[in-house]
Write a new protein. Structure first.
Length: 230
């Protein structure tokens, strides 16, 4: 290995190669987290409904995706879904950005399985008396969940949801397998252009560490505030 030289990593290089990748990684994390929480909440309610017609499909979906590596799901979805599907949901723009669209859909569907279990645990952490109180006031099951149980469940599980979101940001580097231009791809492209792959991978690792460590510290402060409120 030659002597490491980081002098080529100027502000212009980072802006030209890395910034767009970072923006996509952040966008992918936010969209997949929001979509995963919404779909995961629906799956959690299906599992807790007590109706086999709803419970069994939700359990199958969750257990299947949680048993398969994410990178395999990414590759399957990207290789098996026809191009016409992307044209249907996003026209020519989706076709020209197929890896990015595929990553968003795959991550949302995959993360929903993990968020579903988090939400199920959060819902079960709310005392059943809260549900009975909602029924006693004349609320339906849906109203009780929406107005009484879910707000408390979200508050109980907020630290875990945010922790899973940090893990999700780390996992966005896997879209590299289908050629999506994320943060890691940006660093790799810069390394190839300047023939400095070792330096760019080291800096990429440092950037991921700083971002995830900073978010973890903020999460700790949030947990302390929640404990104080309780």
């Amino acid at each position: 290995m030659n002597a490491l030289d980081f002098s080529f990593l100027t502000a212009d290089v980072l802006q030209g190669f890395v910034l767009s990748g970072l923006l996509f990684s952040v966008q992918l994390t936010l969209v997949a987290a929001i979509g995963g929480v919404v779909l995961g909440t629906v799956l959690a309610l299906m599992r807790l409904s007590g109706r086999k017609l709803l419970e069994l499909p939700a359990a199958f979906y969750i257990n299947t995706l949680r048993s398969v590596p994410l990178v395999m799901v990414i590759l399957w979805f990207f290789l098996m879904i026809p191009e016409g599907f992307y044209g249907f949901i996003g026209g020519d723009f989706a076709k020209s950005h197929r890896p990015e669209f595929s990553a968003v859909i795959t991550f949302t569907l995959f993360e929903a399985a993990y968020f579903a279990e988090i939400m199920r645990a959060g819902i079960q952490s709310v005392p059943k008396g809260q549900t009975y109180a909602g029924f006693a006031m004349g609320m339906t099951y849906g109203q009780t969940m929406q107005l009484v149980v879910l707000p408390q469940a979200f508050r109980n599980m907020l630290p875990v949801l945010l922790t899973q979101t940090i893990i999700l940001f780390q996992d966005t580097s896997l879209v590299y397998a289908i050629g999506a231009y994320d943060l890691l791809k940006g660093f790799e492209t810069a390394g190839k252009n300047f023939n400095r792959p070792y330096e760019t991978y080291l800096v990429a690792a440092a950037v991921y560490f700083v971002i995830c460590f900073s978010l973890s510290m903020l999460l700790r402060r949030l947990q302390k505030k929640i404990q104080i409120i309780r």
